[in-house]
Design a protein around this ligand. Structure first.
Ligand SMILES: [Zn+2]
Length: 208
């Protein structure tokens, strides 16, 4: 939920939109999948993590992207967590507290996506902020966590820390957004859905 740079974001959107017309990918055309390695450094109870993953998976499923989750912290870490990262592998760190002060990330940020030139692989979600949002009583903690994860994966796939005026990619969720989260109806926009599918398809092709 890092504050974006509107002017740069606009330029980026225009170039992507122009490029995307050539290869429109409908959600049902492809069997898109990503894998997410979860590092629960904040030691959140496993049931909240599992429900959070389910929520994030539900949001991404509506985009046409299936998710596979790997628990990569704790005593029983599978071998898959140690295998080499592919293009469709992502790392999500669940950290305690809030976004660190002095990094330029607002305190209101649920998480942070580390972007590279070709998108990104790793994101963090701050459980202190998740819990604070859930304390409004408008959505459950696991729901906020899950939508936070989906939001950060959105940044990684779209290769931008920019935000939108509406939907799950808003810089800060308002009351109505949290109510939508509780009803599982806060979504990516149709333009974002297209960008996300294209990104996964591109990464899948690069893996082959
Ligand atoms: Zn964001």
């Amino acid at each position: 939920m890092k504050k974006g740079f509107p002017v740069l974001m606009l330029a980026w959107m225009v170039s992507i939109t122009a490029d995307a017309g050539a290869q429109d990918i409908e959600s049902n055309d492809l069997n898109l999948q990503i894998r997410i390695r979860v590092y629960n450094f904040a030691k959140v109870t496993p049931d909240v993590i599992a429900k959070g993953e389910e929520e994030a998976g539900f949001v991404l499923e509506k985009v046409g992207i299936r998710t596979r989750w790997l628990e990569c912290s704790g005593p029983a870490v599978g071998l898959e967590c140690q295998s080499e990262l592919g293009q469709r592998d992502f790392l999500v760190r669940i950290l305690s507290g809030w976004a660190p002060v002095g990094t330029g990330i607002p305190r209101s940020a649920v998480g942070l996506a580390l972007l590279a030139e070709d998108g990104g692989t790793m994101a963090s979600v701050y459980i202190g902020r998740v819990t604070e949002i859930a304390a409004t009583g408008l959505a459950w903690r696991a729901q906020v966590l899950g939508h936070g994860i989906a939001h950060e994966i959105g940044h990684l796939l779209m290769g931008s820390n920019g935000h939108a005026a509406l939907g799950i990619m808003r810089a800060e969720w308002k009351r109505a957004d949290l109510q939508s989260i509780s009803r599982r109806s806060l979504n990516f926009t149709s333009k974002q859905r297209k960008l996300l599918r294209e990104a996964v398809h591109r990464r899948e092709t690069a893996e082959k």
